[in-house]
Every structure is written in structure tokens, then in C-alpha cells.
Write a protein that binds this ligand. Structure first.
Ligand code: CAO
Length: 416
């Protein structure tokens, strides 16, 4: 026997609704009360159940179609008479009408907050139910269905992104803002280096508990020494800046404080201490920040380091570095001394556990702890960021204190 499922009166002044989901296909065997359609009215979502067991012969509506009570929805070849509902009928409204309004009622009682929040949100009951179970506010999901309806794929996509964000694999999506609304704007594409560096920095910042320790060193004597050396080597075409001295001082510190030259292994249960000293130097290039690595920096003289810094930074700016030259670092120095500023908080370059940020030297007063007097000093401000899972504050303060002493003593560099 062929039966037709008719859209019942939807009640409470609802004169029609849009078909948002068709849950059956031609040929499907369905049971009485099984949901076959999902409708979306201005006020609520409704599931329309079958009134009979049987086989779907024809679907008479399509997704997005606006339908009205009394409209034919589905032709079903009935297997047998649908069992009569036990409940006494109080009026002439068909059972499905009651179910539909019951569904609406249920949505209203189960989702008091959601109803308020989602007044303008279109989503099927299934999507709403899942969102409710997972505590997801549907308002923040952009629906890709018709009229912005949130589909199952939209919800799944959102869940996937959240999982990736929480595992640190990607950064949170940014809301689209129309900045030109407030004035003229210019859009510049980020370079590949900027995009990759940005992702790495964000991951490092989010996953490593950073602490930054600040200190200064009186490098007046060292600066005098550097200037002499610079003058001498200028004739040979080598420019000696402060950086090679910093690298030399840092490698000495790393030997004295091995934890700063280590990495956590993948289990995060072991510390891998490295007995080689490869120093990454942050280089500012027109296409973004690059960090070439000076290998075995502890074995190189100030002149060798100067030449290598010039070579690596020039090739970094010309995008001529090869991948190996940017790998294997054990500690990074980011020097902004040539530019300016006074202290900053550098971001650790994983899998390393510490980074030294160097700012511009300046003439100031330094209190001499022994004679308790203030003396004029050429002060180099520096900032050490470290991974607090690996390094304690006490060790970091010892490191920076010792580094300050080392840089204040030019004799330590004279033999190099
Ligand atoms: N205090 C005072 N003067 C300093 C100084 C400091 N801390 N550091 C460098 N200078 C001086 C140099 O001695 C040089 O002066 P002279 O010509 O009189 O000798 C001048 O500043 C320019 O130095 P430089 O910057 O060209 O050379 P460098 O060896 O110090 O640095 C490099 C090389 C590649 C690190 C640098 O050019 C660079 O790119 N720095 C930017 C790094 C960066 O962007 N870090 C930020 C990362 S976080 O976003």
C-alpha cells in the first residue's frame, strides 16, 4: 500500500518552513517515527518523522525548498499498518504535528541559553545537539549552508580546527575584520619566511614557559679593544663588531652552564646536553628574520667569527643560505645593538632552551659593589629568555651575572 507523508500543521503561527536536511534516499527502508526530514522555520528546527514502516518510493521536496502544511513530502510503500499511538488524540492534529511542535518545545526547554543566543542561527537539531553536548557556541561558527545554515561539515571542521589548535599544530583562525571601514588601507602579502617564522614563533611562545632575565655589562674596556682591532682589520676588509665577542663569551658560559646548551627530547623526560657549541644569529633581512648557525663557534677566533658573521648575514639577505646552514643550533643570539632599544624579551628558538637578546650599549652609571661608588660605564643591556622547564631562575641569574663579568673583562678576549 502506498502512503504519502504530508506536512502537518506546524502550530503556533508557523505557516511554513524550509527543508534543511533530507535524511532518507529513494529505496531506503524506514521505520515508524524515524526522522526523515529536518525543517527550519524562523522560530525553530523541527524533525519530521515517518508515520509508517516501509520503503521510500519518492521524495517530493528538495533541500532549501520552502514548504507549507498539507504539502506532500515523501511517498512510502507501506510494509504494514503503522502501529497506532497509544496516546489519546486531544484534537485533530496529526501525530507528526505533535511531534514537530514537541521537538520545538524540547529545543526550547533543553537549550534555554542556546535559544537566546542562536535566535538567528540555522542548524539542524543534530548539529545543535552535538554542539550542546560539546559545549560549543554555534554563534562562533560560520555556516556555509544556504542562508548561512551551519552544516554538520561546518561543525566538524570547527571541531577539527580546535583540536589542532589545542595540540599546537596551527594557530587560531582570525576573525575577518574590514579595516577599510575606518579609513584607507594597503594590503601587503607576507613573505614565505615571515609566514614560516611567524608560525614557529607563535608555537614557541605558546608551548615553552618563557622567563626573561635582564642584566647589563660594562663593556667600556672591551669596546676600546674592539675599536683597535676593528681599525687594524679594516684594511684587510674585515669589519669587527661586538657580536663575535658576544659569541665567544656565550660559548664560555655554555660550557660552564651545560643546561643552557641542551634540548628536551621528544618524550620531554630527558635532557639532551650537547657538547658542541653552534650559535644561531638572528639576521634581519628584507624578507624576514633568518637564523643562520655558526658551527663550532667555541673553536673560532674573533676574526674568524667576524668573517663568518659577515658572510652568513650577507648571504641571508641575498637568500643564498642553504638549509644546513640554518640547522643544528644549540643557542641563539639576537642582537639589536646595531639598531637601538634597551632590553627586550626574545623568543626561544626551539628545540633550544635559551636565547640571548642584546640591545644597544650606552654611557651610564654603574655602582661598583666593592667600593660602593657609582662610576661611568659603557653599559651593554642584555636579556636572557629561558625555558623554565629546563632552567631555574637561580641558574639563569648566575648565567647572566657571569656573562656580565666576562664581558667586562677585556683580557678574556685578548688572546683570541
Ligand atoms: N651596542 C652598540 N653598538 C652596537 C651594538 C651594541 N650592542 N651592536 C652592534 N653595534 C654597532 C656595531 O659595532 C656597528 O658599529 P661600527 O660600525 O661602529 O662598528 C653597528 O652597530 C652596526 O652593526 P651591525 O648590526 O651591522 O653588525 P652586528 O655584527 O652587530 O650584527 C647582525 C649583525 C646580522 C646580527 C645584524 O645586522 C642584524 O641583522 N641584527 C638584527 C637581528 C634581529 O632582527 N633580531 C631581532 C630578532 S626578534 O625579532
Amino acid at each position: 500500500m502506498i502512503k504519502e507523508l504530508i506536512l502537518p500543521d506546524l502550530g503556533e503561527g508557523i505557516d511554513g518552513a524550509e527543508v534543511s536536511e533530507i535524511l532518507v534516499s529513494i529505496g531506503d527502508t524506514i521505520k515508524t517515527n524515524e526522522t526523515v526530514l529536518v525543517l527550519e522555520s524562523d522560530k525553530a528546527s523541527m524533525e519530521i518523522p515517518s508515520e509508517t514502516n516501509g520503503k521510500v518510493l519518492e521524495i517530493l521536496v528538495s533541500i532549501g525548498e520552502r514548504i507549507k502544511p498539507g504539502q506532500r513530502l515523501i511517498k512510502i510503500e507501506s510494509a504494514k499498518e503503522a502501529p497506532k499511538e497509544k496516546k489519546a488524540e486531544k484534537n485533530n492534529r496529526p501525530e507528526s504535528t505533535k511531534r514537530a511542535s514537541k521537538t520545538r518545545q524540547k529545543e526550547k526547554t533543553l537549550e534555554p541559553d542556546a535559544t537566546e543566543l542562536t535566535e538567528k542561527i540555522f542548524a539542524s537539531p543534530g548539529v545543535r545537539r552535538l554542539a550542546r553536548e560539546l559545549g560549543i557556541n554555534l554563534q562562533i561558527i560560520k555556516g556555509t549552508g544556504e542562508k548561512g545554515r551551519i552544516t554538520k561539515d561546518d561543525l566538524n571542521g570547527y571541531i577539527k580546527i580546535q583540536m589542532m589548535i589545542s595540540s599546537g599544530n596551527i594557530s587560531a583562525p582570525r576573525p575577518a575584520v574590514n579595516f577599510s571601514h575606518w579609513g584607507e588601507v594597503e594590503v601587503q602579502k607576507l613573505s614565505k619566511i615571515q609566514r614560516i617564522t611567524g608560525q614557529r614563533l607563535q608555537r614557541a611562545w605558546q608551548t615553552i614557559p618563557h622567563v626573561t632575565q635582564f642584566d647589563q655589562a660594562n663593556i667600556a674596556e672591551l669596546e676600546q679593544h674592539r675599536k683597535k682591532l676593528k681599525k687594524k682589520l679594516e684594511k684587510k676588509g674585515t669589519k669587527v663588531t661586538l657580536l663575535p665577542f658576544l659569541i665567544t663569551a656565550v660559548t664560555r658560559m655554555l660550557k660552564e652552564f651545560p643546561a643552557f646548551n641542551s634540548s628536551l627530547d621528544s618524550t620531554e623526560e630527558n635532557l639532551v646536553i650537547k657538547n658542541y657549541y653552534n650559535i644561531g644569529i638572528a639576521v634581519d633581512t628584507p624578507s624576514g628574520l633568518t637564523v643562520p648557525v655558526i658551527k663550532e663557534a667555541d673553536r673560532k677566533s674573533i676574526i674568524e667569527l667576524s668573517e663568518e658573521i659577515i658572510d652568513l648575514s650577507e648571504r641571508a639577505r641575498a637568500k643564498k643560505l642553504n638549509a644546513d646552514e640554518m640547522k643544528g643550533g644549540t643557542f641563539t643570539i639576537s642582537s639589536l645593538g646595531g639598531i637601538g632599544g634597551r632590553f627586550f624579551t626574545p623568543i626561544i628558538n626551539p628545540p633550544e632552551v635559551a636565547i640571548l637578546g642584546v640591545s644597544r650599549s650606552y654611557w651610564g652609571n654603574k655602582k661598583d659593589q666593592q667600593v660602593k661608588e657609582k662610576t661611568r660605564a659603557y653599559l651593554l643591556p642584555f636579556s636572557l629568555s629561558y625555558d623554565h622547564r629546563v632552567i631555574d631562575g637561580a641558574a639563569a641569574a648566575s648565567f647572566t651575572t657571569k656573562l656580565s663579568e666576562t664581558l667586562s673583562n677585556k683580557s678574556l678576549f685578548e688572546e683570541k
